[in-house]
Design a binder for this molecule. Structure first.
Ligand SMILES: *Cc1c(COP(=O)(O)O)cnc(C)c1O
Length: 224
């Protein structure tokens, strides 16, 4: 199957990047499925991919329902409006885009089990993107500690788009340094760095990514 071959290729490229970096720990491949129909998600699931991420709550709910009987692990990777949090309860195992206190409050309020989250960091301070600025990460992390229903497992970033993947390297490095600074300051272990997409995931793995989020390379160009 064509899908299985594509999946294998991406997994091999992740392995090679790990080898270059001398890494033996695990890198999770997340299929970023915005605009991808459930029938196609199913094909990749049958090839062995079990982790998928959606950007929009409405789109997520549809696919979640349709694929309910499969053992898919869903993450939420897009900008999250506070008034949509309630729809995600019990359905996603990690939110990659925690970026403000109002969202924190809503997560606390709606929680059944504690939420697993990543703090999204907007390293290049792009207006079009969510995420908090790096200068505010420590203060924000400290705030989260007051919310017992929200656990931070690490950091996520989306670097500015560039055709040259090497341009992303400094952002990936910076995200790793920020994570290490938090671990040092708060005496915690943060297991995850969510970084790297179709164009730059190998660089991200070299710089320590534990989750790469890949759409186009697996599922083909998006029709928007
Ligand atoms: C769309 C998307 C991706 C995947 O992007 P590709 O370039 O298609 O691999 C990853 N992360 C987020 C947050 C996205 O919205």
């Amino acid at each position: 199957m064509q899908e299985c071959r594509r999946l294998e290729e991406v997994l091999e490229r992740i392995e090679k990047a790990k080898e270059r970096a001398g890494r033996r720990d695990e890198v999770l491949l997340l299929g970023a499925t915005k605009t991808v129909p459930p029938s196609k998600i199913l094909k990749f699931y049958e090839c062995g991919l079990k982790l998928f991420g959606e950007n929009r709550v409405q789109e997520f709910l549809k696919k979640y329902e349709e694929l309910k009987d499969l053992k898919i692990e869903w993450h939420f990777i897009g900008r999250l409006q506070s008034n949509k949090v309630k729809y995600l309860v019990g359905k996603v195992s990690l939110i990659h885009s925690l970026d403000r206190e109002s969202l924190l409050k809503e997560l606390q309020k709606r929680a059944k089990e504690p939420w697993n989250t990543l703090i999204e960091v907007n390293l290049a301070k792009e207006e079009t993107k969510g995420g908090i600025f790096e200068e505010e990460v420590k203060i924000f992390f400290e705030k989260v500690l007051n919310y017992d229903k929200v656990k931070v497992l690490g950091l996520m970033t989306i670097p500015p788009y560039s055709p040259n993947p090497q341009d992303s390297r400094k952002y990936f490095k910076r995200l790793r340094e920020l994570k290490e600074a938090l671990e040092e300051e708060f005496k915690v272990r943060l297991p995850h760095l969510s970084m790297g997409m179709s164009s730059d995931f190998e660089v991200a793995v070299e710089e320590g990514a534990t989750i790469v989020r890949i759409g186009t390379l697996l599922f083909g160009e998006r029709k928007t």
